[in-house]
Design a protein around this ligand. Structure first.
Ligand code: NI
Length: 174
């Protein structure tokens, strides 16, 4: 089992954009998926992780999601090269991130309430599905990570400035 440290904001590596995976079955890719899964399951409470949150060189476009929170490999959804192909409606909900003072910082973020997703699974098979509710929110959050975007980037300037101050204070005391 190998576990990697989750990069913490304002680490600039969180701003990297992921690279499309061309060979899902490559040993290197399978190893990264395994490490990401282990790292996710090692956290007390973690709904998802993107490769760009870990110290991986040229992070490939991979996310692992655990919407049920069960501590089991079987409950993990791995999406490779995920694309959101359609969105519907919107919903505002409290959101946090393992890379932004987890458990201490959260904010209400607007997301699409329903999405269509196209991705590859760990065997390289094409997945196409509709998601809503918490799963849809997780996928949107993680797909943002793959583009170097954090949930706090969706806030208004004023709210962001307030949150950045709070984060700076937290980082000072820790
Ligand atoms: Ni996150």
């Amino acid at each position: 089992m190998s576990i990697l440290e989750i990069l913490q904001y304002p680490d600039l590596r969180l701003r990297r954009k992921s690279h499309p995976v061309t060979d899902v079955k490559a040993t290197k890719i399978q190893k990264i998926i395994e490490t990401m899964t282990d790292t996710l399951l090692d956290q007390e409470s973690c709904a998802g992780l993107a490769s760009t949150q870990l110290d991986i060189g040229e992070p490939p476009s991979i996310v692992v999601i655990n919407p049920s929170g069960n501590k089991s490999q079987d409950s993990i959804l791995c999406l490779i090269n995920p694309q959101i192909t359609a969105t519907e409606g919107d919903t505002i909900c409290e959101e946090g991130c393992m890379s932004v003072c987890p458990t201490m910082i959260s904010a209400r973020i607007k997301r699409a309430s329903k999405i269509n997703v196209v991705a590859l699974d760990i065997d390289g098979n094409k997945l196409e599905f509709e998601a809503e509710g918490f799963l849809a929110r997780c996928i949107q959050h993680e797909c943002d990570h793959l583009q170097g975007i954090l949930y706090i980037d969706h806030l208004s300037k004023l709210k962001r400035a307030f949150l950045d101050k709070k984060i700076a204070k937290l980082l000072q005391t820790n």
